[in-house]
Design a protein. Sequence first.
Lengths: 540, 540
Amino acid sequence: MSQFINAKDTTVLEAIDGTIRASGGELARLDGYPHIKVVVRANWDKSQVALVSGGGSGHEPAHAGFVGEGMLAAAVCGDVFASPSVDAVLAGILAVTGPAGCLLIVKNYTGDRLNFGLAAERARAFGLNVNMVIVGDDIALPHLPQPRGVAGTLFVHKIAGAIAESGASLGDVTAAAERVIAGTKSIGMSLDTCWVPGSPKENRIPEGKAELGLGIHGEPGVEQVSYGGARQAMAAVTNKLSQTMGNVPHVALLNNLGGTSELEMAILANELAGSVIGKNIKLIVGPATMMTSLDMRGFSVSTYPLAAEDHAWLTAPCGPASWPGCKSLNAVRKVEIPDGLRPIEPIPSKHPETEAFLKKCCECLIAAEADLNALDAKSGDGDTGSTLAVAARALIDASARLPLADHTQLLRAIGQELSQTMGGSSGVLMAIFFTAAGDAAASGAPMAQAYKAGLGRMQRIGGAELGDRTMVDALSPALDVLITEGVTKAALAARRGADYTARLSTAKAGRSAYVSEEQLIGHIDPGAEAVARLFECLST
Amino acid sequence: MSQFINAKDTTVLEAIDGTIRASGGELARLDGYPHIKVVVRANWDKSQVALVSGGGSGHEPAHAGFVGEGMLAAAVCGDVFASPSVDAVLAGILAVTGPAGCLLIVKNYTGDRLNFGLAAERARAFGLNVNMVIVGDDIALPHLPQPRGVAGTLFVHKIAGAIAESGASLGDVTAAAERVIAGTKSIGMSLDTCWVPGSPKENRIPEGKAELGLGIHGEPGVEQVSYGGARQAMAAVTNKLSQTMGNVPHVALLNNLGGTSELEMAILANELAGSVIGKNIKLIVGPATMMTSLDMRGFSVSTYPLAAEDHAWLTAPCGPASWPGCKSLNAVRKVEIPDGLRPIEPIPSKHPETEAFLKKCCECLIAAEADLNALDAKSGDGDTGSTLAVAARALIDASARLPLADHTQLLRAIGQELSQTMGGSSGVLMAIFFTAAGDAAASGAPMAQAYKAGLGRMQRIGGAELGDRTMVDALSPALDVLITEGVTKAALAARRGADYTARLSTAKAGRSAYVSEEQLIGHIDPGAEAVARLFECLST
């Protein structure tokens, strides 16, 4: 397997450019490639406190994806899993910091602490007002004095970002960031390692195992645990978190580490809501892809105690499209199934002439069973005759409960019967044919016109055109003639149409679309033959 | 490797419930599990035309993720890659359709056409006004009369949804949908197959190959092509699209098929902008995960000619968080690197006493080189002495250009020199120490207090506390004593602190945090020893 990259060295540069191009003009970058990779808000006027974050790349959409109104003013990007240089960070600070000052939000990795820290010193020597906070939300190793910074960093970006956007002072923004950092806890689980561009993929996690307590750089989790499904995975994660949370309302962030499908993430959201901490989660961010470890098939959950003042900051609209919003976590809201799923049973009525006509049609199809099966065996599974015969016998049996005296209702009732007795695509198509014909008849169309309406609807839904080697090739010309010239001429037209299908070398609709030319040529389509037989029967 | 599911049969049910729980109350579902899986807008009042879509699951966030204001009123979900039943579709129609009617948006698969088609007939028999459009945007097989419906369906949801939200009639909404369908073209490429829950993963695509022209159900692509990187991949896709587009403005949708990392998707966005069709793409949706094939590592591009009237519909705000917005596609906007990355060179000045003091310090460290290396070899790579000696020699060499007479500037200049000559973490930490000390001195702090300020900043950024077995254990007590009792007492304090590190069995910061207890005990930390030697030197 490969990756959608061009070259290892240009990976981050190209990804940043792609992000900027698709940002609708919201983002720009400093003109310092390749060493200085800094994404900034294009419309930033330095009038408020500037939030600057960043670190190694490989965590997309973090951090460039969180640059925008109400979140970051700049993201300083290193190479994949490598801290940016002091110069790059300093360039980012200088580019966005005005009189209101700047807050650096740094995840707790030595390289980031040092490079952001020295850049902050240099910026201060320019007279800039720069604060720095360090996020260490990972609880994988509970007694580690310097826990890693992972996805909980997003809470800091959002809350401090909204407060900065409101015009608060650097001191207030910094205090808010420190408050969020103190309360934020995160832990992750993964079923597979990530694949670093330009390096061989490591297959560290054996079948049936998962890693619990991950960083976001592909480093091994703290424990390798047995994997027993989504519920058990979420239980392992939330059991760790619950020990830190206390019985108070929280906001949770459910993060895709990169390679988990949306289907799985939705299941994990369901499990999170039903987990041991679910009752205390009032707000949820995600499930969404926010702080990744490249393409890692894993997830993380971050929690933060929901102070009353933070509700508004968390839910405030913001610019970055990568922020999925912060919403209430609710029970599953259910709506009653609407009435009317079971069709109204028609009122049976007698009409000897109609009953005889119907029976004649059915018997004609029953008589053709073996021939039609033989034809179908040339291009399909040889059951067209049997399918029609079964349906025809069922219709004869049902005649006592059909509304034979009301032709409009009868057509609809036949459609209903056929959809139940024929099954599969042909049953649905016949049901559509008769139901639509019934609707047309209800609107006052003469019977042959009603059948034409049914055919039109069937063709539209089934997608078969004339010449596609289906029953349409016999039925359509027959109905055209039936309207003006009667059933005998219609039978001739049906036969001509059916015979024509034997000269068609490709089928464009239905199952025989998958059959080769050699198998088709010289054989009449069994559906078209059935139509021809029916009309021939009726004309005698 | 495993998946985050619980059981095959409950996968879709649980995923829908998770989506509803995390929707902030925007979504509900019909109470018809397991057979009827229909997601509806919780606040839908049937006052406008209801858009209903759906089909098999496994395409998340489609379709439930696009239910919301300005897009769908309901999504009818089948099992993974299986069409929903007629009853399920009918239930969805009945649940959301009012006097304004309903438009079914169906992707061109036989099962979906038939089940949605028959459900539409049944709904019409209830007197409801139901139209149905069929999306066939896939150009993988250009001459196929019934192309598949893939990610371009999102254009239909968005444009028809915005028009319906504006209060347009069913006829107008249907006409708009037909117009979008007629112009939309899509094609996808993948590097790996998707993994259907409960089935073994098929590994169909060999190393170095990609599949071009995919559906969204894991079926093989139309061609298996050689894979030559992101640029060539995007070229293969856009070359196909360009043949259908003409030289007119378009909107493009860049879709993650499920398992492609955000980093890769950003690179693909960059390639799309630079591709043969890039100059005609005025608006872009994505890159984002919208219409997936579970976890497929692939992408698709959809294009639609940008009629003037559609610009507003595409960019109109809408409810569903899964819609990433539609933005202008731009050139990479660049901002000049700010001035000041290169520190101001200090003005050299003479001060014989200071020069002598500095030289004495440096020579003391040079003299300790071998001893410090030997100590470092116990817990590290044995180069602490050499690192310090190299820096000391460089500082002696630099003395002619240092601002020796201005102690504030001198501290900053030393910081700058050390960050360039020492390298690595220790260089950055020393630079932080001296820069912060210089800042404090500039604010009028006495020299010993200035050093304390430098130490504080270095500790904060480096994360080392007293007792963590670092140079801090010698430097911190020495500076405390220096302020009040002078250098001789300071040297004794430094020595006590350094000796104390030999009794510390765990290091909590710096590189020796990764070394075992047995390797540490009995050995003084080389950084602390260097500090003690320096003070001892100065006190004689």
